[in-house]
Design a protein around this ligand. Structure first.
Ligand SMILES: Nc1ncnc2c1ncn2[C@@H]1O[C@H](COP(=O)(O)OP(=O)(O)OP(=O)(O)O)[C@@H](O)[C@H]1O
Ligand SMILES: [Mg+2]
Length: 787
């Protein structure tokens, strides 16, 4: 029995020391916990050194104080009640089962505590002794353990613990999921049940032994057997489990299912190998990590020779130095993109040869796993194809030019032929129509009444036919660019407006005429009558192409042709474009090249002569311009005449000619080798007040001049005659009779025309066949000018 006196003796200063007391005091002080004895009133009667340390009070401050000073504020009020309950049934027991207990230190802080109570029976009455342990540390450890356990519980990986003998000691839900065994089924079992093959078991046993010896084991890939007999690919890590003393007592293995990963990896590789391009994966350090079979083929290296090498090995020597900087640039902003846009990239083969390449880049992964994939395509072939296409295109262009040239040469020779025929024809027509006119006059004079009416009608028919024939030859001459023209500074819009009403009548009701004329159109140099003729011919063609009706659009504009637009056919420069478009049948491709030819027509006999477009062509080219045809079969056709802009200013229109003026006895020397023509001319002049000397050749003319018998006012000479040309005679007369004027007659003007088809200044020309009034007007005009 321990007496209170004994107890007090150990606590107080001095007093009787007994062995038992010593023993008790020693025990008390040796206890790892704080020990506090409290009397029935709740006052502290005894504490040990641990109490002082734990609560921060000195012994003196505690003895005699209510034990509630060691209770946290929140629980202090209810504590005396707990004490009373305990004393009523004082069995040794842990205090406050199920409650979180706490102690309060001197500084007011609290700590989690575990307290167990017991009673001590003394002479002074019952004392309650409390053993108080600070469990802060233990709670922390428990918490950490709980956290670790829950991490393992929630891990997707299969985490199992086993002894060094491979007896399973722990099994997480991840293991249940992966292997199919529950924890209850697995724990206590042998880990070899998870290993499918004998040789794998041996190997694993070795690994476990190595881990048991404290050796480090890298993660490795292997296979595991499931409960259902299937196997699964896993990536495995093993780590030692040590007991408190650090002795390795088991092994923890973490297994991750990599089947899916493998599959993805295999798919990725499959993709890479299937790709038609070389694919090179490069790590952050610029070293090659992975290549596909195409890379081997394209660059001529084996895989082994490439993996681990700097990617620069694939870069041509002369740019190799720059490449790392490019790489750094890409890494700074690793978006998927084609590499070196507009750069000419190249790859270098193992043998040092290079090839043009197209490269695109993509980055994947992060951190250690970061890879840049370069997709490299050899574009040699594509470049060759592009070059070939370019060559064919130029060839086609050249062919087109050639065809074009061919066509204009062809038209040119046709023109010469037509011009020659027309020349001879004109003479004949002049004779026919003038003699018909004389005959008509004679008949009218001799038989003005009904008599001879049929003869008069016949003569009229002859004249009509001759006029039609003259019209034909005129067109031929226009095509041959040998028509006598009177170019003026002209606004093409005025020409359009001048014929607009006539065109509306010609086109008929079914065809709508739309004019779209440019304001401020610059002037061109052309014969207004000819431009009108162009418009009429094009409009008539368009009408014929639109039997069901449609639209005819006349559009004028000023336009510049540069080198590229010229396509070699039109010299670059400024032009007025006159475009006549229709919504008609269009022109089939195979005849497009021929429509400009004279006498080319698709119209039934008698409806078209095929001279319309030939005339247009002749007129426009004679004016220094160009004709372009664009036709879409089924949709319509447009003809564009490009006329060069002139720098000259608009002249005032010449006044219209008055009544044909008569002569006043002036002497005209007519030189014409064609007798009929000579006679016609002689007769016209003779009866119109002129004195005529008519000769048949240049030599005769010279004789007349040399004889000095005649004073010649006008020399009227055919341009082209056998032996001596009109021009020669003209040169002579300038010497012999310098006052004489010179007028040439011709249907064939080439010999006198300059390149532009314009007469030299001071040279007068009258076109065959000419009417009486034309001849008289011309002579009057010539005679009234001063030399
Ligand atoms: N606007 C057009 N639409 C469809 N075809 C056209 C057009 N203009 C001309 N052609 C085709 O070109 C051919 C030649 O035209 P061109 O004007 O030279 O002669 P033509 O009209 O047949 O006869 P002519 O004009 O001498 O009376 C025509 O017969 C026709 O086939
Ligand atoms: Mg026509």
């Amino acid at each position: 029995m321990i007496t209170l006196g004994n107890l007090l003796a150990t606590q107080g200063d001095g007093g009787v020391q007994q062995l038992d007391d010593h023993l008790f005091a020693g025990l008390l002080e040796a206890a790892p916990d704080a020990m506090v004895c409290v009397d029935a009133d709740g006052r502290i009667v005894l504490v040990n050194a641990q109490t002082e340390r734990l609560f921060g009070y000195g012994r003196d401050e505690l003895i005699g104080q209510p034990v509630e000073m060691l209770v946290p504020d929140a629980a202090r009020d209810v504590h005396p009640g707990h004490r009373t309950v305990y004393v009523a049934n004082p069995r040794p027991r842990p205090m406050g089962a199920g409650m979180e207990l706490a102690g309060r230190r001197r500084d007011g802080t609290t700590f989690p505590a575990e307290i167990s109570l017991s009673t001590i029976d003394t002479e002074e009455g019952i004392l309650v002794s409390a053993a108080i342990r600070d469990v802060t540390q233990r709670l922390l450890v428990a918490e950490t353990a709980a956290q670790l356990a829950s991490i393992i519980q929630s891990s997707h990986d299969a985490v199992i613990g086993k002894t060094l003998d491979q007896v399973i000691t722990s099994w997480n839900p991840g293991a249940e999921r992966l292997y199919g065994y529950t924890a209850a089924e697995a724990i206590g079992g042998h880990a070899e049940m998870l290993i499918p093959a004998e040789e794998d078991r041996e190997r694993e046993a070795e690994v476990v032994a190595a881990v048991g010896r404290g050796e480090r084991v890298d993660q490795y890939d292997t296979r595991r057997l499931r409960k259902d007999g299937t196997t699964v690919e896993v990536s495995l890590t093993m780590s030692p489990i040590a007991d408190r003393t650090g002795t390795i007592i088991g092994v923890a293995t973490t297994a991750r299912d990599v089947t899916e990963h493998r599959r993805a990896d295999a798919r990725f590789r499959g993709l890479m190998e299937a790709a038609p391009d070389a694919m090179v994966c490069v790590g952050r350090d610029g070293r090659i990590v992975l290549v596909n079979a195409q890379t081997e083929r394209l660059f001529g290296y084996g895989r082994d020779e490439l993996v681990g090498q700097p990617v620069e090995i694939l870069v041509p020597d002369h740019v190799r130095g720059l490449h790392p900087a490019h790489r750094a640039g890409y890494l700074a902003d690793p978006r998927p993109r084609p590499m070196g846009a507009d750069l000419e990239l190249a790859g270098r083969r193992r043998d040092g040869s290079t090839f043009p390449a197209e490269v695109s880049l993509a980055a994947m992964g992060t951190g250690e796993e970061f890879l840049v994939t370069a997709v490299v395509r050899d574009v040699t072939e594509r470049l060759e194809i592009a070059a070939e296409q370019e060559r064919l295109r130029t060839q086609a262009e050249r062919d087109k030019l050639k065809r074009h040239l061919h066509q204009s040469q062809w038209l040119e020779s046709l023109g010469q032929l037509a011009g020659g025929v027309a020349h001879d024809f004109n003479n004949l027509l002049g004779v026919i129509s003038n003699y018909a006119a004389f005959a008509g006059e004679e008949v009218a004079k001799e038989a003005p009444d009904e008599r001879w009416q049929t003869v008069r009608d016949d003569i009229g028919e002859i004249q009509k036919a001759a006029e039609q024939a003259a019209e034909l030859t005129r067109q031929l001459l226009a095509f041959a660019r040998q028509e006598m023209i009177q170019p003026r500074v002209l606004n093409v819009n005025d020409a359009v407006l001048g014929v607009e009403q006539m065109l509306i009548r010609t086109l008929g009701e079914h065809v709508e005429l739309i004019t779209d004329l440019a304001a401020d159109l610059p002037p061109v140099l052309a014969d207004p009558g000819q431009i009108e003729q162009v418009l009429v011919n094009l409009a008539v063609n368009a009408r014929d192409a639109m039997p069901q009706g449609g639209k005819l659009i006349i559009h004028t504009a000023s336009t510049s042709i540069d080198d590229t637009a010229s396509q070699g056919e039109v010299p670059p420069g400024h032009y007025v474009s006159l475009k006549v478009s229709d919504t008609g049948t269009g022109i089939p491709k195979d005849i497009l090249d021929r429509v400009l030819e004279p006498f080319f027509t698709t119209k039934p006999k008698g409806e078209g002569t095929g001279l319309g477009l030939a005339t247009v062509y002749g007129i426009i080219t004679q004016a220094g311009g160009h004709v372009r045809i664009y036709s879409e079969p089924g949709l319509g056709t447009s003809f564009t005449a490009l006329l060069p802009i002139t720098e000259q200013h608009m002249a005032l229109a010449a006044p219209p000619p008055a009544e044909p003026p008569r002569g006043h006895g002036e002497t005209v020397l007519v030189v014409e080798d064609e007798p009929a023509m000579r006679e016609v001319t002689r007769r016209i002049l003779d009866r119109s007040g002129y004195h005529v000397v008519a000769v048949a050749s240049g030599q005769d003319a010279l004789d007349v001049l040399a004889s000095q018998l005649e004073h010649i006012d006008v020399l009227l000479a055919d341009v082209i005659m056998p032996r001596m040309q009109g021009k020669e005679i003209a040169d002579k007369i300038r010497i012999l009779q310098p006052a004489a004027r010179v007028v040439f007659m011709s249907g064939y003007t080439q010999a006198l025309l300059g390149a532009q088809g314009v007469l030299e200044p001071g040279v007068h020309l009258i076109e065959k066949p000419f009417s009486e009034s034309t001849l008289l007007t011309k002579l009057h005009e010539v005679l009234s000018t001063h030399n």
